[in-house]
Design a binder for this molecule. Structure first.
Ligand code: AVI
Length: 314
């Protein structure tokens, strides 16, 4: 990880338009800050998707065309704490659906906590966590003859640039059998007055989340970023449906990254893009599905129409 981290930071800060990859937000501190972000009143995404899972679990089961007597694998990519998924697990379990829940995550620790909480709250649900890369695990599952339903929630796909999201979908489709289904949760395109505050909460948690990237570089790559000389700046262009987060240098400055043996200069007001959070509609979704075999069969939205769970079939 550290070598990739070093290489990616070097590449991003050496570019004409500086960038830092958002996947590096998630160290232990970043994970904890993201949990806090999800509780912020402005961050509607998690609450809206929870609303779908809590109040429309029956409809979800129906549109996923699940058959109570046919065993299926319910695979979740990047499961987190499973708060939303547990609503669906409970509904399936209450109606005696025959399934196994397989959360896949890179973090052993996250899986350990998830397994413990599912065992405690839903003791009759069969859970088999799989640690590792999504696609390696899916490639293994493809060997089984059981139907698969993949959950990929939280608009996590929105953090990939469109071309990467398209590649991801193609790969996902290649790793599934004909007829397997995907529940893909995405944030919907909406006005700036709702989206921007979600990335700029009044308590400043998102700001700390963004700046934590610099703390991480300071710690792990022996750098000397002055956190007081960069500010958090989110932007949103509704016509595109893309929110972007930046760190902006508040003065002309030079930063040394000793493990790279390099210095980087930042002009006053120069921006480092740290994240892309794409929002969707049917047209954008169809573009992302591209030439893959995944087709939209339905979508469910929350009561305020902020967020959508698309049901795709391979
Ligand atoms: C994880 N991901 C979908 C979040 C988002 O909304 O793009 C990450 C996030 N960044 C700032 N706030 C939340």
């Amino acid at each position: 990880m550290n070598n990739n981290f070093q290489r990616d930071i070097d590449l991003g800060l050496s570019a004409q338009n500086k960038t830092l990859p958002s996947k590096y937000f998630y160290d232990e501190i970043g994970d904890a800050l993201f949990v806090e972000i999800m509780k912020m009143p402005e961050y509607y995404l998690t609450k809206a998707e929870f609303d779908i899972f809590k109040n429309k679990s029956q409809e979800l089961i129906k549109v996923l065309k699940l058959n109570p007597s046919t065993f299926f694998e319910l695979v979740e990519l990047g499961a987190g704490d499973g708060t939303k998924t547990k609503q669906l697990l409970k509904a399936l379990d209450d109606q005696n659906y025959n399934f196994e829940y397989m959360p896949i995550d890179i973090s052993k620790n996250a899986l350990k906590h998830l397994k413990a909480s599912v065992n405690a709250e839903l003791p009759t649900v069969r859970i088999t966590p799989k640690q590792g890369d999504y696609f390696n695990v899916l490639a293994d599952l493809k060997q089984s003859e059981h139907p698969i339903v993949v959950l990929f929630l939280g608009s996590n796909i929105g953090n990939l640039p469109d071309e990467r999201a398209k590649e991801f979908i193609q790969k996902l489709s290649d790793n599934l059998k004909v007829g397997d289904r995907v529940l893909l949760g995405v944030d919907l395109i909406k006005s700036e007055s709702i989206v921007l505050p979600a990335y700029n909460d009044a308590q400043g948690i998102t700001k700390r989340f963004n700046l934590n990237l610099l703390t991480r570089i300071n710690k792990e790559l022996d750098a000397n970023f002055d956190l007081n000389s960069f500010t958090h700046q989110p932007e949103y262009i509704e016509q595109e449906g893309i929110a972007r987060s930046f760190l902006v240098s508040t003065k002309d400055q030079t930063v040394a990254i000793r493990s790279l043996n390099k210095t980087f200069t930042f002009a006053k007001n120069e921006k480092i893009q740290t994240e892309t959070s794409r929002k969707y509609n049917d047209y954008i979704m169809k573009g992302i599905l591209g030439e893959s075999s995944l087709k939209i069969i339905d979508r469910l939205t929350d009561s305020q129409n902020l967020f959508a769970d698309y049901i795709l079939e391979n």
